[in-house]
Design a protein around this ligand. Structure first.
Ligand SMILES: Cc1cc2nc3c(=O)[nH]c(=O)nc-3n(C[C@H](O)[C@H](O)[C@H](O)COP(=O)(O)O)c2cc1C
Length: 171
């Protein structure tokens, strides 16, 4: 399948089978995260792979009770490292930090799709609570939570804006 086909096939999955994910596939997800671009290749990001049932439940509860998070065999918490400020100041903190994490997340979603896994980018959660649950060091900002597992239900594609409203060509 071409990359574009994988991009178009990927859906946000909110219902998962309990089937575990093999170590081999998890390694591929990790590679996808690692090989994303980052500002100045500083790679100021960190990802927590949570398999623990109790912690997954706590994460779901603090994510506006989005309990489908708890159902996924793997829940990834994607964080940016405030240490990026050392290199790029305010621009690093306010922009590059989030872009670096987002690039890894999108890579991860696409490789998950290629492996037949479903995932969902979750942004609605209480940042301070996530820091407490995972006992994060002060330098880390949780940016997104990504439940990953084999999909039980694949929704139909939500509509996209047409290219004329999204793209402006300047010649
Ligand atoms: C920054 C961001 C935050 C999101 N937060 C949530 C969320 O909290 N809960 C959820 O179910 N989906 C969340 N989504 C997923 C979107 O709802 C989804 O990507 C969008 O509706 C398009 O559907 P698709 O991913 O199937 O193409 C989020 C996506 C992004 C990029």
């Amino acid at each position: 399948m071409s990359v574009l086909e994988i991009i178009k096939k990927r859906r946000s999955i909110r219902k998962f089978k309990p089937d575990p994910i093999s170590e081999e596939v998890i390694d591929k997800l990790i590679e996808a995260i690692i090989w994303a671009p980052s500002a100045g290749n500083k790679q100021m990001r960190k990802f927590f792979f949570v398999f623990n049932k109790k912690i997954k439940k706590e994460i779901a509860l603090t994510s506006l009770y989005q309990m489908f998070i708890e159902e996924a065999p793997l829940v990834i918490v994607a964080c940016g490292d405030k240490g990026i400020e050392r290199y790029y100041g305010k621009r690093g903190l306010e922009n590059y930090l989030f872009c670096d994490v987002a690039a890894s997340i999108q890579n991860l979603l696409l490789v998950a799709q290629e492996e037949g896994l479903g995932s969902c980018w979750v942004g609605a959660f209480d940042e301070e609570e996530i820091k407490k649950i995972l006992n994060l060091s002060e330098n880390l900002i949780p940016v997104a939570i990504i439940p990953v597992g084999y999909p039980q239900k694949i929704p139909s594609p939500p509509p996209r804006k047409d290219k004329n409203s999204l793209i402006e060509v300047i010649k």
